[in-house]
Design a protein around this ligand. Structure first.
Ligand SMILES: C[S@@+](CC[C@H](N)C(=O)[O-])C[C@H]1O[C@@H](n2cnc3c(N)ncnc32)[C@H](O)[C@@H]1O
Length: 311
C-alpha cells in the first residue's frame, strides 16, 4: 500500500513546479443513486474502492465531513496524482492499492471497519482519453491497458506470449466474443511478421475479422479490448477477492454499493450478495441509470448498481 497523506484531511500538496491539472473528464455514474444507497452521514468512514476522477469520492466526502472521511483507493498512480490536486482540502485519504486489499489497509490504519463501501468498476474516461495507455482504440498509443504500468505485463506482451488456443480462450472468456478463434488465429498470423504494438494495430486487426453488425454502434474491437484489459489487470480475480473480504471490512448495518459495466462483473456481484449469508441484498434487480443520464452520459448505458447491507 502506498498510503498518501498522514491524516484524513492531508491530501499531499502539489509541488509548486507542477502544472495545474485539468478537471477530470470522468462523469460519476448514478451519483444520486449511490448516495441514496450508501446514506453517508457526518462522522462516517466510507471506502471508495475506485477513486477514478473522484466524482463519487468528492460527493461522499462532502457528506461525511467534518468528522468522517473517505478512504479512496485506486491502482492508477495518475488518478491519485490528479486527486491530490483536484480534491485538496476535502475529507479524503488517498491510498494507492487494489480495493481487494481493503481489510489489509484498514488493519494498517488501525480502523476496525468502515460504514460504507463503493466500487465503481472498470476504467475512467480520463484513462480512456490518455492516448499513451492503449485504452482508446482510435488512438495509436502503445497497447498497454494496465491501470498501473508498474504492475504485471502490458497487453502487447500478452499478445506475444500466449499461444493461439490461450488467446482464443481469453478473448472468449473475458470478452464474450463469439469470433474469438478467428481473432486469435489472425493475431498469431500477424505476429509472425510484425508485432502488434499499438492499440490501433489491434483494433484494425479485429475490425478486419469481425463484421460490424448493422445498426449497432459498438465498435467490433470493444470485446477484444475488454478481454485484454480484464486479463492484464486481473480484474475479475480482484473483484472476487474483494467480494469475499468486503463483509469483514464493513460494520454491521454498513452498506456496499457496486456498479458494474458488463455481465461478467455483474454476475459475480449478484451471486455474492445473494449467496453470502453475511449480506442482505437490497436490490433484487440491479438499479439502472435513468433515460436522461443515459443520454447525457453514454458511458452510463451499461451500468448496473447493486446494493447490500452487512448483517
Ligand atoms: C470507473 S472508474 C471510477 C470513477 C469514479 N467513481 C468517479 O466518479 O470518477 C474506475 C477506477 O477504478 C480503478 N480501479 C479499477 N480496478 C481497481 C482495483 N482493483 N483496485 C483499485 N482501483 C481500481 C481504475 O484505475 C479507475 O481509475
Amino acid at each position: 500500500m502506498d498510503d498518501r497523506g498522514g491524516s484524513p484531511y492531508d491530501t499531499a500538496m502539489p509541488d509548486s513546479h507542477e502544472p495545474p491539472t485539468a478537471p477530470p473528464l470522468h462523469v460519476p455514474v448514478m451519483l444520486d443513486e449511490v448516495l441514496a444507497a450508501l446514506q453517508p452521514q457526518p462522522g462516517m468512514i466510507v471506502a471508495d474502492g475506485t477513486l477514478g476522477g473522484g466524482g463519487h469520492t468528492r460527493a461522499l466526502a462532502e457528506r461525511v465531513a467534518p468528522d468522517g472521511y473517505v478512504l479512496a483507493f485506486d491502482r492508477d498512480p495518475a488518478a491519485l496524482r490528479a486527486a491530490e490536486r483536484n480534491l485538496r482540502g476535502h475529507a479524503i485519504k488517498l491510498v494507492e492499492a487494489d480495493f481487494a486489499d481493503l481489510p489489509l489497509v484498514l488493519a494498517q490504519l488501525g480502523v476496525p471497519a468502515v460504514d460504507g463501501a463503493l466500487l465503481d468498476l472498470g476504467l475512467s474516461s480520463d484513462q480512456l482519453a490518455d492516448a499513451t495507455r492503449g485504452f482508446s482504440f482510435d488512438a495509436d498509443g502503445p497497447l498497454d491497458l494496465r491501470f498501473n504500468s508498474g504492475e504485471g505485463e502490458p497487453a502487447s506482451a500478452l499478445l506475444k506470449r500466449l499461444n493461439e488456443q490461450q488467446l482464443a480462450d481469453l478473448i472468449y472468456q473475458f470478452g464474450e466474443e463469439r469470433l474469438s478463434r478467428r481473432i486469435a488465429r489472425r493475431i498469431v498470423e500477424r505476429r509472425a511478421t510484425a508485432p502488434l504494438e499499438t492499440a490501433g494495430d489491434l483494433a484494425r486487426l479485429v475490425r478486419s475479422c469481425v463484421p460490424r453488425s448493422a445498426g449497432h454502434a459498438i465498435d467490433p474491437a470493444t470485446r477484444t479490448f475488454q478481454a485484454l484489459r480484464i486479463a492484464v489487470n486481473h480484474e475479475l480475480a480482484s473483484l472476487e477477492r474483494a467480494l469475499a473480504h468486503l463483509p469483514d471490512a464493513l460494520k454491521p448495518g454498513g452498506r456496499a454499493a457496486i456498479i458494474s459495466f458488463h455481465s461478467l462483473e455483474d454476475r459475480l456481484v449478484k451471486r455474492a450478495f445473494r449467496d453470502d449469508i453475511r449480506w442482505e441484498a437490497l436490490t433484487r434487480r440491479p438499479v439502472r441509470p435513468g433515460d436522461e443520464e443515459m443520454s447525457l452520459n453514454p458511458r452510463s448505458r451499461s451500468a448496473k448498481l447493486r446494493v447490500a447491507v452487512r448483517k
